[in-house]
Write a protein that binds this ligand. Structure first.
Ligand SMILES: NC(=O)c1ccc[n+]([C@@H]2O[C@H](COP(=O)([O-])OP(=O)(O)OC[C@H]3O[C@@H](n4cnc5c(N)ncnc54)[C@H](O)[C@@H]3O)[C@@H](O)[C@H]2O)c1
Length: 297
């Protein structure tokens, strides 16, 4: 049965694809964002989630005028998906990026917990693996990158995402809730596949993304599976597609382009260096949008 989902940041690059995916699965969605999402069937409540009062209110509102019909006030919310954020460094001053992302995530999770909502999915990031926004040419410590890696970003954005994972863990423990943090890879929307030939021709240019990506529609599937799954408590999941963004198999490719990083775990022939085994094995993810379907050689 479809769930009632409050989605934050649905007007953004990822949300524009994830929200329609959720609607297609039969869910009902209310979008909380600073700007509207122009999509039929979804109301955007203009909300600043760095304000705790607004976060509490927005999680306890009608999804639209249709909510008035029951005469019983707003119906319960089944899940919150929190994507709203300053999505990288160099958009706002570092302190603002850190404060906006950590405070909004604290506010959203706290409001959900105290309003009795027991499922929250938050957007963490590949940047927690420490290389994406590092100063200089930093090496990953080992491949494949799995969820138990000792995350060590040096930038304000990556650090905000590490703090958010800790916030999620604390609230999940305190309220006995399910809170899943998705370490999202570089988000690729359909038009971005036009950039792949340039990526493939210049391997060092993709080191900061660990030669991995997530199709925005496949991210929709991951969020849907996370909404449907219950009973896992706090979890971190890498949210990336199956394969490396290279024509060469993963092991020789990494030996050539990341010689400073040992391969210490099992890695499939074309497996992405950020491992998505956990979403496949625990959530049942099955990718639908491999980059090779969209890029001609
Ligand atoms: N794009 C990527 O490659 C990527 C990779 C890893 C993780 N992520 C994470 O995924 C999420 C979505 O990323 P995106 O690329 O769609 O970003 P985006 O900037 O396109 O979308 C984020 C949305 O959040 C909204 N927002 C920002 N501050 C807000 C606030 N205070 N209150 C309410 N809404 C607010 C913005 O208006 C925007 O519509 C973010 O949490 C981002 O950090 C993105």
């Amino acid at each position: 049965m479809g769930k009632r989902i409050v989605f934050t940041g649905g007007s953004g690059k990822a949300g524009r694809h994830v929200v329609p995916y959720l609607l297609d699965q039969g869910h009902e969605v209310l979008n909380l964002d600073l700007v509207p999402l122009d999509h039929p069937g979804v109301n955007t409540l203009i909300t600043d989630l760095t304000d705790s009062g607004e976060a509490f209110n927005a999680l306890s509102m009608h999804f639209g005028f249709q909510g008035l019909a029951s005469g019983k006030g707003p119906a319960p919310v089944d899940a919150v998906v929190h994507f709203a954020a300053v999505p990288r460094i160099l958009m706002r001053p570092d302190n603002t990026t850190f404060a906006a992302n950590t405070v909004s995530t604290y506010n959203v999770i706290e409001a959900a917990m105290k309003l009795g909502i027991r499922k929250v999915i938050i957007a963490s990031s590949e940047t927690t693996y420490g290389v994406c926004f590092a100063e200089g040419d930093k090496d990953y410590r080992s491949f494949p990158l799995t969820e138990n890696y000792d995350v060590d970003p040096m930038d304000s954005y990556g650090l905000s995402k590490v703090v958010n994972e800790k916030t999620a863990r604390a609230f999940a423990m305190r309220f006995g809730a399910d809170i899943y943090a998705l370490r999202i890879g570089n988000v690729i929307s359909p038009e971005d596949y036009a950039r792949f030939p340039a990526f493939l021709a210049d391997p060092p240019s993709r080191k900061r993304n660990a030669w991995s990506y997530i199709d925005a529609r496949d991210l929709g599937q991951i969020v849907h599976l996370g909404v449907e799954k219950d009973g896992l408590g706090f979890q971190v999941f890498n949210a990336v597609n199956d394969t490396i963004t290279a024509y060469e198999p993963t092991r020789p490719f990494l030996e050539k382009w990341a010689p400073g990083t040992p391969i210490t775990g099992e890695i499939g022939e074309f497996e992405a260096p950020i491992s998505n085994r956990k979403i496949r094995e625990v959530l049942g993810f099955s990718e639908e949008h491999n980059w090779r379907n969209y890029v001609s050689r």
